[in-house]
Design a protein around this ligand. Sequence first.
Ligand code: C2E
Ligand code: MG
Ligand code: MG
Ligand code: MG
Length: 291
Amino acid sequence: RAKSTAHNMYFVYENKMADNINAHLTLGGGLRKAIEEEQFVLHYQPKIRLPDESVVGAEALIRWSHPELGMISPDQFIPLAEESGLIIPLGEWVICRACRQLQEWREAGYRPIKLSVNLSSRQFMQADLVDMVQRILEETGVDPKYFELELTESMLMADAQQSIEKLHGFRKLGLTLSIDDFGTGYSSLAYLKKFPIQTLKIDRSFIHDLGLDCDNDAIVKATVAMANSLNLKVIAEGVENRTQVDILNSYKCQEVQGYLFSKPLNSVDFALYMDIHGFYNVSVAVENDSV
Ligand code: C2E
Ligand code: MG
Ligand code: MG
Ligand code: MG
């Protein structure tokens, strides 16, 4: 009997593997069509300032709203989009959608909020990326000071000199630049300072262990202190409990993001979230209504 259970489990396992492979092929094949049919949505996760815990911004996170498979997370299809090169049109769609959303919220009467968008490696290597971002900002009328790009260390290190030029191009447009998942790469903060960046986002693996591991706490504390003295804003991602907030407050970390405050929300729910947090500006809404 034990043997047959093990046997069954083996088949379950094998079927799961087959499912994964099928999912990979199905997703990869469906991606091009999904882009044409705009089967994607952006969700928005608030960014919270410490210590007052006011809402200061949001990060746009893509999801694939698949007609048969339901919501698919970016970790499952961004790598496929990278491999196939479809990240180029998809990445452009994300920037466009994020900028339009910012303007839609403004028109609906919300005070402006700063929105960040993630870039991936191949997208960052795109030669006309700066021009593309400039064009979308102009077309949508978004004030670049409300727009931020999140990049990773490895993206910048692939070709440091070219990266620096690109980042200066973005800075000339007036937007801000953030290093995402900081601490998972191999670069030192001293080296990173060669790049014109404004924000450091500490990876959630470090935040997860806050208060549980002295060495980890020391790393976070030192990172926040060094970032502060280099005039970089620090934000902690993946904050899930009060202990983490208290520790980050004591380290003088400026911003937090995580499930404790809110999961990423669809645009309707994010608008409700802004309502609750005082972002609805009555006078602007009246002005718009009368036009
Ligand atoms: P990321 O930019 O580091 O985003 C943070 C991820 O952590 C998000 O997962 C978010 O939903 C999740 N998260 C937020 N708070 C918590 C928390 O308190 N606990 C835990 N456990 N997780 C939390 P998501 O949305 O699945 O995105 C995963 C990654 O996919 C992102 O990591 C980013 O690298 C990439 N990605 C998302 N949207 C885009 C996009 O539009 N373009 C590109 N190129 N990449 C994207
Ligand atoms: Mg990010
Ligand atoms: Mg991150
Ligand atoms: Mg991350």
